[in-house]
Design a protein around this ligand. Structure first.
Ligand SMILES: Cc1cc2nc3c(=O)[nH]c(=O)nc-3n(C[C@H](O)[C@H](O)[C@H](O)COP(=O)(O)OP(=O)(O)OC[C@H]3O[C@@H](n4cnc5c(N)ncnc54)[C@H](O)[C@@H]3O)c2cc1C
Length: 400
């Protein structure tokens, strides 16, 4: 018996919304369940390298993103030890020409609302806000997906369920309860500031990466260049879930204290007046990607440290590959849909693991101190901008 052409996606984050658009393009009817009542302006900046922007461009999002995304001209790699720039790696035109798609930095909320606007315009996608995924059960005609809005429980019939419900995924919890997110011992502190609060040299269209003993700092323009997104990463034991807990500025300033940190880095930190902190959790490598007609996507299956700037990028790539593997023909019976979802996981796992490993390794390199930091700085200078950019080819050059 033919299955319904409906796919339910749990989670309207970056991965879930991209998957909805990509699957609707393949002819599916999509129901997206999002537990939040509104897609609010939580979070801060995301970097979208060409591997991810290429997917968004192909989904027709360029116009919606153009006014909100910033194209940084370079990444300035800075060392606290030398008190300034080690190397400027070209992005902008250089990265686009090399990889064939733009490099964007964007506020997470701007990206989410661009995706949500495209979803709202699509006749085959139904985004249900305030709908929490609760349960799934097999059914003669596919799956019954149960969700709750307030006190009301409802269900949808679907041929497949995609768990794009983030690091604390309920779908993963149901499929693979043994897989639990692990705290990394690191906390990301983030703030935004108005670009006009800083001297001009700080507000150039560049990503600044400051590496230093036991901490690092990333800053870049967002909101069309009107704001600067600042993220400081430092060790800590506070490990509660969530994105919006306010933090004490004194704690950040202490981690970036002189003489180990130069005034230029500290000045930027001191200008942020409201800090939010989030504990960095990861899903252990090797989490299974699917079981029968249910698959995971994005942070739900591979939440990673943000030091390769690829968390959102990998979720977007997942969405494109998932849509490539699912066709209306594959959805005709449960066996083919399970096989297609298994194949999707097989296609993704090696690349995602390599990115997870790279992110962990980069975190260790950024936080080096003493002679190892000297060796790191010399190596980066010796490599030079072009070779540093070429080292990103395996990430940026990816195509679905
Ligand atoms: C509020 C928030 C703020 C963030 N801020 C940043 C940031 O500033 N910088 C950064 O680099 N990364 C941030 N991230 C993480 C980043 O967006 C993700 O790493 C990346 O985009 C991968 O996205 P994802 O779609 O897999 O998961 P997420 O972006 O985490 O999206 C998961 C979605 O699923 C929803 N959800 C969860 N459980 C259920 C359920 N049971 N039923 C229905 N819906 C459910 C959540 O509300 C969320 O909207 C943030 C994530 C969130 C949720």
């Amino acid at each position: 018996m033919a299955l319904p052409r409906t796919i339910v996606i749990a989670g309207a984050g970056i991965g879930g919304l991209t998957a909805a658009l990509a699957l609707a393009q393949r002819g599916f009817r999509i129901v997206v369940l999002e537990k939040a009542e509104r897609l609010e302006e939580v979070g801060a900046g995301l970097q979208l390298s060409p591997n991810a922007s290429r997917v968004l461009v192909e989904l027709g999002l360029t116009e919606r993103l153009k006014l909100r995304a910033v194209v940084p001209e370079a990444v300035s790699i800075m060392s606290a030890r030398v008190g300034g720039e080690l190397l400027r790696m070209p992005l902008g035109e250089a990265a686009s020409a090399r990889a064939g798609a733009p490099y964007w930095v964007v506020h997470r909320a701007d990206l989410q609302s661009a995706l949500a606007d495209a979803v709202a315009d699509h006749p085959d996608i139904d985004l249900k806000l305030g709908a929490t995924f609760e349960d799934v059960a097999p059914h003669a005609k596919g799956l019954t997906v149960v969700h709750r809005s307030g006190t009301i429980r409802r269900s949808d019939l679907a041929s497949a369920l995609i768990g794009a419900d983030g690091v604390w995924s309920t779908v993963r919890q149901q499929l693979f309860p043994e897989v639990q997110p692990r705290f990394s011992g690191l906390i990301a502190w983030r703030g935004t500031l108005d670009a006009n609060q800083l001297p001009r040299e700080y507000t150039a269209r560049r990503v600044q990466l400051w590496m230093g003993p036991n901490a690092h700092l990333v800053a870049y323009p967002i909101a069309g260049g009107r704001q600067i997104n600042v993220v400081a990463v430092l060790p800590g034991s506070w490990n509660r879930p969530g994105w919006s807990t306010s933090g004490d500025p004194a704690e950040v300033m202490e981690a970036f204290a002189p003489p180990r940190w130069p005034p230029t880095a500290r000045m930027m930190l001191a200008t942020v007046d409201s800090w939010r902190k989030w504990a960095l959790f990861g899903v252990p490598d090797g989490c299974p990607w699917s079981k029968g007609p249910i698959a995971l996507l994005g942070d739900a299956v591979h939440a990673m440290l943000p030091f390769a700037a690829q968390g959102a990028g990998m979720a977007i790539e997942d969405a494109a590959v998932l849509a490539q593997h699912l066709s209306l023909e594959a959805a005709e019976d449960a066996g083919s849909i399970a096989a297609a979802l298994k194949q999707y996981g097989l296609m993704r796992q090696a690349r995602v693991r390599k990115v997870q490993r790279t992110a962990r390794q980069q975190g260790r390199i950024y936080h080096l101190a003493g002679p190892l930091a000297i060796a790191r700085d010399l190596t980066i200078r010796a490599l030079g901008p072009q070779r540093m950019l070429a080292r990103q080819d395996w990430i940026y050059g990816w195509r679905p």
